[in-house]
Ligand binder design. Structure first.
Ligand SMILES: NC(=O)c1ccc[n+]([C@@H]2O[C@H](COP(=O)([O-])OP(=O)(O)OC[C@H]3O[C@@H](n4cnc5c(N)ncnc54)[C@H](O)[C@@H]3O)[C@@H](O)[C@H]2O)c1
Length: 315
C-alpha cells in the first residue's frame, strides 16, 4: 500500500511523511511550493525525506496531478495541501484560497472516485466552527466560520462528504485545532514568538492575550492522522483533533518566557478580523475511533519548537 501525502513540504505534511516512512511505509509526497511562505523553509522540511528509499517526491499542483498514474487500488491519501492562514484570506487573496482548498480538493476526489482507495483523510480545521457555540466543541455543533479561510475549509469537508456518499470514496475529515511544534509555519504565533524572543525583538501580540486556544502538538496531530489512514469504521466521519487542554495566549507567553529564561517584550497588534476568541475540542470521538490521546504537554512541545527555531535561524 502506498500513501500519497499532499502538501508534503509543509509543516504537518512533512512531519506526517517522516512518521510514515519511519514505520516502513511507501510514501509519495506532492507539493507545489505555494508562495505563502519561503520556499527554503519547505525545502528544509523535505531534506531528510528525500534520501529515503521508500519516498518519492513530485513537485506539482494537486489540481493538475495525474493521480491515476501514481496510485492504484488499495492505496491511501492524506490530503494536507491547502492555502493556510486565516488573516490573509480576505480580499483578492480569496481566489488563491478557493483554488488550493476547494478546486484542488474537488479535482483530487474526482480523479480517485473510482480508484478503490483504502482511505482518503482530509486535513480539516477547527476554523470551521467560528466563534464556537459551546466549549468544548463537538463535531456535530453547527459550523459557522468567521473567516474566508474557514469557509473554504468547510467547503472541502462538504466535498469529501459528497464523494463519500455518491461514489463511496472512503473519506474521513480530521478537524485539527491550532497545531504547533518544530517546523511550524512562519505566519503562526509560536513561530513568530520564538523567533522574536531569540532575536531579542518585541513579539507581535494580537488581541488582549486572554483569548484561549486548544493547541495540538504536531506529533499528536500526525499520530491521529496516521491512525485515521487505517482505523475501521471512520469513513464518512468528521473527527476533532485537539490537544485536550485550553490555555490563554498570555499563559503560553509565560511558558515561553520560562523557556527563554528572561522576560519577552510585546507589541500590541490589536484584534484581527476572522480571529476567533476561543477554541476547545471535545476529543472523545477521536479517542473512541482512533485510539487518540494527546501525549505532549504544552511546556514540552513549546520547548521543542523553540529549539527548532533556534537552529533554523542560526541563533
Ligand atoms: N497548522 C495548523 O495549525 C492547522 C490547523 C488546522 C488545519 N490545518 C490544515 O492542515 C493542513 C496542513 O497545514 P500546515 O500548517 O502544514 O500548512 P503548510 O502551508 O505548512 O503546508 C501546506 C503545504 O501544501 C502545499 N500546497 C498548497 N496548495 C497546494 C496544491 N494545490 N498542490 C500542491 N501543494 C499545495 C503548500 O506549498 C504547503 O507546503 C492544511 O490543510 C491546513 O488547512 C492546519
Amino acid at each position: 500500500m502506498k500513501i500519497l501525502v499532499t502538501g508534503c513540504a509543509g509543516f504537518i505534511g512533512s512531519t506526517l511523511a517522516a512518521k510514515l516512512l519511519g514505520e516502513g511505509r511507501d510514501v509519495i509526497g506532492v507539493d507545489c511550493f505555494t508562495d505563502y511562505y519561503d520556499r527554503w523553509i519547505k525545502e528544509r522540511n523535505l531534506e531528510p525525506l528525500l534520501p529515503r528509499k521508500n519516498f518519492r517526491f513530485i513537485e506539482q499542483d494537486v489540481a493538475t496531478l495525474d493521480v491515476r498514474s501514481i496510485l492504484e487500488r488499495g492505496d491511501a491519501i492524506a490530503h494536507e495541501a491547502a492555502q493556510a492562514g486565516v488573516r490573509a484570506s480576505w480580499g483578492s487573496n480569496f481566489q488563491t484560497y478557493t483554488h488550493h482548498n476547494i478546486t484542488a480538493t474537488q479535482s483530487l476526489l474526482e480523479s480517485v472516485k473510482d480508484l478503490g482507495l483504502s482511505r482518503f483523510v482530509l486535513a480539516g480545521s477547527s476554523s470551521v466552527y467560528g466563534d464556537a457555540l459551546r466549549l468544548p466543541t463537538f463535531e456535530d455543533d453547527t459550523p459557522q466560520p468567521i473567516s474566508p479561510y474557514g469557509v473554504t475549509k468547510l467547503a472541502s469537508e462538504h466535498l469529501c462528504r459528497l464523494y463519500h456518499k455518491n461514489y463511496g470514496v472512503p473519506a474521513v475529515v480530521l478537524r485539527y485545532f491550532t497545531v504547533y511544534g518544530p517546523k511550524q509555519r512562519p505566519d503562526m504565533a509560536f513561530h513568530k514568538w520564538c523567533k522574536a524572543a531569540l532575536a531579542d525583538e518585541p513579539l507581535p501580540l494580537f488581541g488582549d492575550g486572554e483569548q484561549t486556544r486548544d493547541f495540538t502538538f504536531v506529533d499528536d496531530a500526525v499520530a491521529a492522522t496516521a491512525a485515521a489512514l487505517e482505523a475501521p469504521n471512520v469513513e464518512g466521519e468528521i473527527i476533532n483533533v485537539g490537544g485536550g487542554r485550553r490555555i490563554t495566549v498570555n499563559g503560553v507567553l509565560g511558558v515561553l518566557e520560562s523557556i527563554h529564561g528572561r522576560p519577552i517584550k510585546r507589541t500590541d497588534k490589536g484584534r484581527q478580523k476572522g480571529d476567533v476568541r476561543h477554541t476547545g475540542a471535545d476529543v472523545s470521538k477521536a479517542e473512541r475511533l482512533l485510539g487518540f490521546s494527546p501525549k505532549v504537554s504544552l511546556e514540552d512541545g513549546l520547548r521543542l519548537e523553540y529549539a527548532h527555531m533556534k537552529k533554523l535561524y542560526g541563533f
